[in-house]
Write a protein that binds this ligand. Sequence first.
Ligand code: DUC
Ligand code: ZN
Ligand code: ZN
Length: 476
Amino acid sequence: MTTLITGGTVVNATGTVEADVLIDGETVVAVVAPGSTALGADLAATADRVIDATGKYVVPGGIDAHTHMELPFGGTAASDTFETGTTAAAWGGTTSIVDFAVQRQGERVQDGLEAWHKRAAGNCAIDYSFHQIVGGVDDDALAAMRTLVDEGVTSYKMFMAYPGVFYADDAQILRAMQVARDEGLLTMMHAENGPAIDVLAGQLVAAGKTDPYYHGLARPWQMEEEATHRAIMLADLTGAPLYVVHVSAKQAVAQLAAARDAGKNVFGETCPQYLYLSLEEQLGASSEEFGTFEGAKWVCSTPLRARAEGHQDAMWQALRTNDLQVVSTDHCPFCMKDQKELGRGDFRAIPNGIGSVEHRMDLLYQGVVTGRISLERWVELCSVTPARMFGMYGTKGVIQPGADADIVVYDPAGLTTLGVRTHHMNMDHSAWEGFEVDGHVDVVLSRGEVVVDDGGFHGRAGHGRFVKRGLSQYLV
Ligand code: DUC
Ligand code: ZN
Ligand code: ZN
């Protein structure tokens, strides 16, 4: 089966070019000048299928390097399964996710990884891979970390937050980073000072300040800056590369920038919610239906930050300057009913997370429309750098001969309205209700198969394969 995508503008991180893309089966085999006869007189006449991309961008499929399908959290579990979550991702032009397998204190890392394979296998509409959460760093876990690279799991996450759940103390972080340095694993860090946050949260609740808004006040930027700095110092000491996840505070970015200016292998991602949403407007929201509990829709950690303090503009700026390298979603959806509602009367019991896996490509494209980032930078942040950072580049993250045909035809003249009535994520609300994006995901191919076209989903659970990743291709 051959497919020709014709008439479009192919966008890679290195530039844009008017070109036709020829796909054979699952793989890109040629990127040729429009009308070229080098591969035959009339490619369009001989291809089994022709996709007309006239006036549209042809971009490498999005890679969301931070999702939590089915994550058990706060006495419930993230509401998207691997099937619903990867289907929604496909709708939004994301063709690979990297989800987090979970190990907790007292559990074996190998068991956590195996459990995640069982959850995902046969259920994903797009390709998927795993990072490993190491939520209990002990001798057994450290030994197991040495087997991860062979499993194609070349990155792992620790938490400086959530004492009693996923939390790792400095001694544990130091030991894990030593192993990571030896094995070539990339350390991903949730950088917030959890023990201090728990004190602040307890004091707020004791004072009767129980609304979702106070979730933000319990997790001030100082807690993120301090933990980010500490993680950088521990990484520097051990020689382990560091990737800080879901950065939201401008002061944390400054810590990353200083480390990068000093030549360290220190990287960071932010998420759409930290570019667009805020403490005042969302966490502090109230509605007829939920009153001041409305803000629960946006309880996530790190928290949404004060627009008055300029964090959102600082995140866009950091994306421009490459102080932050990747935009992921931290997709961790919970419904209001029966899930977020668990925290009525105590924000500490609201399951943390926002669902955005479907909207990342569109929301970041809006940054192109508004002049915040270039077209090439959009592709770099959403696809190219995630592929390089997490050891998939070449097969993923690029449109070139030999690459998987994970491709999005994106219409810059289209319009996308976000909201619960139109989205495909398994959520009873949208964190993005009413947002409009000047652009549209028209066609999505996953390894050569058309999974989205003509406003319809044509993919299937089980098409997605596990991607065994190599070591990071982004280190300096
Ligand atoms: N933050 C969230 O918002 N949800 C899941 C885990 C995390 O770190
Ligand atoms: Zn986290
Ligand atoms: Zn996360």
